[in-house]
Structures are given as structure tokens and as C-alpha cells.
Design a protein around this ligand. Sequence first.
Ligand code: 2AM
Length: 169
Amino acid sequence: MRCFVAISLPSSPLLAKVKEECTGMGRQVESKNLHLTLKFLGELSGVDSLRRSLGEIRQSSFTVTLMGLGAFPNQRRARVLFARAGPEKNLNELAREVDEKTKEVPLDHPFTPHITILRSKGGRDFTEVIARYRDVIFLEHEVRYFSLYESILKPTGPIYNEIERYQLM
Ligand code: 2AM
């Protein structure tokens, strides 16, 4: 199965506003699917040992802040529009531990704390919307747990099933 480790996040009125302003610019991530990926694991034949080792993580809960927007690979021809997430210290530390506990799966790219809002196949120019929402706080949310998810890709969009939830202290 195709798996990833992430923090699930709720939407907010301001995130909904950004999505509305970006109507027609790509496929929007459904509110129930909003998440911050800590590590993408890809296709795995089994998750038993990995499930156990993720359970060894001991970290404190913290408040995540979504502030400002960004784009991958760049603002003018973006395939992904995202909200920036912080505090970097907590998120980097948690992502580092997740990576440590799942060492058998190599990290495909360095961790950049973000929440994808929209995916655009052709590459769109998001310069204006990014400038408009500079320094805007979209969400402040207490993170009490992270989860291991299975992702099932469907033509209508991905389905994310929570395999296991890991409480923070
Ligand atoms: P994202 O966080 O930038 O949106 C489940 O597919 C999650 O894993 C997505 O949120 C996705 O990116 C992230 N991810 C990271 N690397 C990926 C890859 N190589 N293929 C698919 N998804 C990947």
C-alpha cells in the first residue's frame, strides 16, 4: 500500500477564501484531506514494523500556525500552491524523528513544512494571490497527534485512510 505520515489539519474561513479565489486554477485539496506531510513513504508491502517504531516517538504537542502562501517549484509556473507552516523547530524535529524511525525508506526530498491547498497540472502563475496573502495567518491549531495514512488514488481524487494515530505528549 501507498503510505505517508502526516498531521491532519482542519480548514479555516481564510483557507476557504483562497480556494475560492483560485477557482479554475487547479485541483483543490478537499477540506477533509488537508494535511501536513511529515514523510511520504510510497508503496510498502507491509507496515507492521514501521507502525511499531513510529509508536516510539515521544514529542510534546504544539500549536501549528499556517501563515502566508508559497508555491512549488516556483510562483510563476507552479504545480502546487501551499500554505506555509510553523513553528519550524517543532515540525522539523517531528519530521526528523519520523524519518529516523522509518529509515528503511529513504527520504525522497528534504522536508519543507507546508500544507498543499491546490495542485495544478500545467503550472500556473500564483504571484498575485501569494502577494495578497503575505503574512496572513490562516490557522492556529493545537497538534496533539500525527498519523500513518494509506493513500488510495482514484480518478475522483485521493482517499486517505488513517492506519494509526500517535499521540504527542
Ligand atoms: P504534498 O504534502 O506536498 O501535498 C500523500 O501523497 C502526500 O505525500 C501528499 O501530501 C504529497 O505531497 C506527499 N508527497 C511527498 N512526496 C511525494 C511523492 N513523491 N509522491 C506523492 N506524494 C508525495
